[in-house]
Design a binder for this molecule. Structure first.
Ligand SMILES: Cc1ncc(COP(=O)(O)O)c(C=O)c1O
Length: 465
C-alpha cells in the first residue's frame, strides 16, 4: 500500500496548535538557541514544538499556556501511580527535611531493602543497581558475553533496549532498499556491532530456532521484552516465551528479559512471574524507581558474580547508582505496589481494556479503521498498556512489529505523529499511539480520552479520502 501524505493535515493541526500555545512556542524559540532541537530526549520533542510543562499531578500535567493535559505517557510508562504520587513525594519531602537525600557517594540500608524486594518479587538471586534502563541492558549484555565467552547478541526486530551499542540494531522498520529491521540505528557505532547483533522475529519460535541452529554456538544471550513496548505494544506469546527458554538453554546462551517496561506493570514484580518463565538475567527500571532514575540488573548469582570483585566485568554502576533519594523513591514505590497489588492491578487492567475499546470505537464511529494493541493474551490476563494502529486493510491483525511498524502496512505517521498533535488540541497527551493507564486515571478520564479521539478522528477523516 502506498503511504499517505499527511503534510496538509499536519500543517492545519500545527497552525491551530501554535495559535493556542504562544508561551510554549516562545520557549521553544529560546530552546533552539542552546539545546539540540530544543530539548534532550528525541521523542519528547513534539513538532512543531512540545508543550512545556510547569506542574503535574496524578493523571494530569499543566503546561506554560495553562492547558490541563490528560497524560497517557506518564513518564515513559514510569508513573504507574500517576505524576507526583503523595506516597513517594511525601517520603522524599520528609527525607530532604531531615538531611537525607543528596549525600550521593555512600552506601546505606535503603538499597538493601530495595534489593530484597526486587529479589523476592522477581525470582532473582542477586541485584546490582544502576541509573538507566540503557545502562542496565548494556551491563546485562556485558555479563552474558563474559559469562559465556561468546560474541553474539540476539534480539528481536522492533525491540528497544535503550541507547547502548548492542541495543542500537534492529529498532526501526526500514523501507529503503529492504523491508525489515536489520539495520544499525546510529552513526558512530563500532563497526563490529552490526555483525555482533542477530535480529530475529518477535513471537516467531520457528525463526528463533533457525537463528540458533545457524549461530547458536556463538550466541552469548537472547534479549527481548516479554511485552514489546515501542515496537508495537504486543505481549509475547506463551509459545515464544517457552521456546526462548528452552532454545537458549539448549545452546548454552543466556536468556535476558528486558523488563524495563513490563516490570511492576502487570503485577508487583517481574512479568516473568505471570508468564511462568524465569530468565537468567532481567533488567528493570521505570516503575520500580518510583519516578526517580533507578535501574537494575537482577538474576542468577553465578552470572551476577562477574560484576563483583574479581569477576572482571566493569559493572561499576555509575556516580548516581543507588542515589539515596532515588533508592528511597524506589523502596517506597515497590513496597506500596506489593501492599496494594490486589487493588491496583485488576483495576488497571480493567481501565486499560476500556481505554483500548473506547479508542477503537471512537475512530470506527468516524469511519477510520483502527486497532488498539496493548491487551494481554493467554499468558497475561490483563494489561494497562495501549497503542492504536491504523492498518490499511481490514485483514491486518496488528500482531507483530513487522505489521505495526511497517509504514506500508499501517499508517505509522498517522498513529505516531498526526494523532499526537491532534490529541494535544484536545488537551490529551499520548506517545507511540497512546501509552498506559495509571492508578490515577479514572473512568471519567477514559471517557474523556474516547471523546478526544472522536474529535481528533473528525478532524483527520476528511484528509484520508
Ligand atoms: C524496554 C526498554 N528497555 C530499555 C529502555 C532504556 O531505558 P532508559 O530510557 O532508562 O535508558 C527502555 C526505555 O524506554 C525500554 O522501553
Amino acid at each position: 500500500m502506498k503511504q499517505r501524505d499527511h503534510a496538509k493535515l499536519l500543517a492545519s493541526i500545527a497552525e491551530e496548535y501554535e495559535r493556542r500555545s504562544p508561551r510554549s512556542a516562545s520557549i521553544n524559540r529560546q530552546a533552539l538557541k542552546c539545546l539540540v532541537d530544543g530539548g534532550s530526549h528525541t521523542i519528547r520533542l513534539v513538532r512543531p514544538f512540545p508543550p512545556r510543562i510547569v506542574s503535574a499531578k496524578g493523571a494530569y500535567v499543566t503546561d506554560e499556556d495553562g492547558h490541563r493535559i490528560l497524560d497517557f505517557w506518564q513518564g515513559h510508562h514510569t508513573n504507574i501511580l500517576g505524576h507526583n504520587p503523595p506516597e513517594v513525594a511525601e517520603a522524599l519531602a520528609r527525607a530532604f527535611a531531615t538531611g537525607f537525600g543528596l549525600q550521593t557517594g555512600f552506601t546505606d540500608e535503603l538499597q538493601v531493602r530495595a534489593a530484597e524486594i526486587l529479589c523476592s518479587r522477581t525470582g532473582a538471586e542477586r541485584v546490582r543497581f544502576t541509573s538507566s534502563g540503557s545502562l542496565a541492558t548494556m551491563y546485562a549484555t556485558l555479563l552474558s558475553r563474559a559469562f559465556t565467552g561468546r560474541e553474539l547478541v540476539m534480539k528481536v526486530g522492533g525491540g528497544w533496549h535503550g541507547a547502548q551499542p548492542w541495543g542500537l540494531v534492529g529498532v526501526d522498520f526500514h523501507t529503503e532498499n529492504s523491508h525489515n529491521f536489520e539495520h544499525t540505528e546510529s552513526r558512530g557505532l563500532p563497526s563490529a556491532v552490526a555483525d555482533q547483533v542477530i535480529v530475529t522475529r518477535f513471537n516467531d519460535p520457528a525463526m528463533l530456532e533457525a537463528q540458533f541452529r545457524k549461530h547458536g554456538r556463538r550466541v552469548a544471550c537472547f534479549i527481548f521484552e516479554p511485552f514489546l513496548g515501542s515496537g508495537g505494544c504486543l505481549p509475547a506469546s506463551r509459545e515464544f516465551l517457552g521456546a526462548a527458554r528452552e532454545i537458549t538453554r539448549k545452546h548454552g546462551a543466556l536468556l535476558i528479559f528486558d523488563e524495563v517496561i513490563s516490570g511492576f506493570r502487570f503485577c508487583a514484580g517481574s512479568s516473568s512471574r505471570i508468564f511462568g518463565v524465569q530468565p537468567d538475567l532481567a533488567t528493570f527500571a521505570k516503575i520500580m524507581g518510583g519516578g526517580m532514575p533507578v535501574a537494575a540488573v537482577a538474576g542468577r548469582a553465578d552470572v551476577m558474580a562477574l560484576a563483583g570483585r574479581g569477576g572482571g566485568v566493569k559493572f561499576s554502576g555509575g556516580t548516581y547508582s543507588c542515589h539515596p533519594a532515588s533508592m528511597l523513591a524506589s523502596r517506597v514505590m515497590m513496597e506500596h505496589l506489593v501492599a496494594a497489588e490486589q487493588e491496583i492491578y485488576p483495576r488497571l487492567a480493567a481501565l486499560g481494556e476500556k481505554a483500548r475499546r473506547i479508542v477503537e470505537e471512537a475512530f470506527a464511529s468516524e469511519g477510520i479503521r483502527a486497532r488498539c494493541t496493548g491487551g494481554g493474551n493467554d499468558a497475561l490476563p490483563g494489561s494497562s498498556l495501549a497503542a492504536v494502529h491504523f492498518p490499511f486493510t481490514e485483514d491486518t491483525a496488528c500482531e507483530s512489529p513487522e505489521q505495526t511498524r511497517n509504514p506500508e502496512v499501517c499508517d505509522v505517521e498517522l498513529s505516531d505523529t498526526v494523532l499526537q498533535l491532534a490529541l494535544l488540541l484536545e488537551n490529551v497527551f499520548v506517545m507511540h499511539g497512546l501509552g498506559s493507564v495509571s492508578a490515577a486515571h479514572t473512568e471519567e478520564d477514559i471517557a474523556r480520552l474516547g471523546e478526544a479521539c472522536r474529535r481528533a478522528a473528525r478532524r483527520i477523516a476528511p484528509f484520508l479520502q
